[in-house]
Write a protein of this length. Structure first.
Length: 285
């Protein structure tokens, strides 16, 4: 049991760090769960959902009263029929930006839960999508705040977020890069990306959470499993908060290039390990 809780803490740490750093949380979870031999039939996607809900808590806590101001501003826009209110305008940009990922996520749900959970796909996308980071840094002029964004910007960033359905892409990496391509300042693009992630994380996490509650209710999961889920959830929440704080500070004076280099290195390492395992299996035959 202690070993299982250590595994849960490790996975919570991985989720908390990688959900907000542009390195792909789902991709890292697939790789680390494979290394730790986590029972995918017993945990798998339901446990991943618990980890994502942990990082949702970190987003809600990190922005705190900003969420209240956004909600109030959004209601003022409806009341006054005017987009002059910066917070209200930003609130509706977040709504617009959420729609593409929500629609595409529902359409590709079965594919995302099955075919997309491939180590080869993760490694490939870690390497391939790194080029997007480099291009975004090269061509983005980084002159605009997120309150200056238009509905067109929100739609483009929203579609970028939908790309994160493919493990290895990275939700934050895709949305920050899209913001840079739209000339949004790097730290502002990251803040918009974090705010935009909350509805999608909440929707996906709560949908899977219903299944988790059902599994506990019918006895498929028990008390030890509850501790496993709780540890992962709590660690992901704490580490996720620290991860956001770090990235916003980092992006104040650094490019995404370091994360691109890390992704390429990790992708090549995964391919090397897969090749080594394939050679070993061939020799056994």
């Amino acid at each position: 049991m202690v070993l299982d809780l250590i595994k849960a803490a490790i996975l919570g740490t991985v989720q908390g760090i990688t959900e907000f750093l542009p390195v792909s949380s789902t991709g890292h979870l697939i790789l680390v769960e494979d290394l730790l031999n986590v029972d995918q039939d017993r945990y798998g996607l339901p446990f991943d959902a618990a980890l994502h809900l942990g990082t949702l808590v970190s987003v809600l806590c990190f922005f705190g009263m900003r969420w209240v101001r956004l909600a109030q501003g959004g209601l003022r826009v409806l009341r006054d029929r005017s987009l002059a209110d910066d917070e209200g305008r930003l609130a509706w940009l977040l709504v617009i930006g959420t729609i593409p990922a929500a629609v595409i996520g529902l359409a590709l749900e079965d594919l995302a839960e099955d075919a997309f959970r491939s180590t080869v796909l993760v490694a490939s996308m870690l390497i391939a999508f790194s080029a997007v980071f480099i291009l975004a840094e090269a061509f983005g002029r980084r002159q605009r705040a997120m309150t200056d964004m238009s509905w067109k910007d929100a739609v483009i960033v929203g579609f970028a977020q939908a790309l994160a359905l493919v493990p290895g892409v990275s939700r934050s990496g895709a949305t920050i890069s899209a913001g840079l391509f739209r000339d949004v300042e790097r730290r502002e693009a990251a803040s918009f990306a974090f705010l935009l992630s909350a509805p999608i994380i909440a929707g996906a996490g709560l949908k899977q959470g219903v299944g988790v509650v059902r599994d506990f209710a019918d006895g498929r999961l028990g008390g030890e499993d509850a501790a496993f889920f709780a540890v992962g959830f709590a660690v992901a929440a704490v580490v996720g908060y620290a991860s956001m704080k770090f990235l916003l500070h980092f992006l104040s004076s650094h490019r995404l290039n370091a994360f691109a280099a890390y992704r390429v290195g990790l992708g090549l390492l995964v391919f090397a390990m897969l090749g080594w395992n394939l050679i070993a299996m061939t020799r056994l035959l």
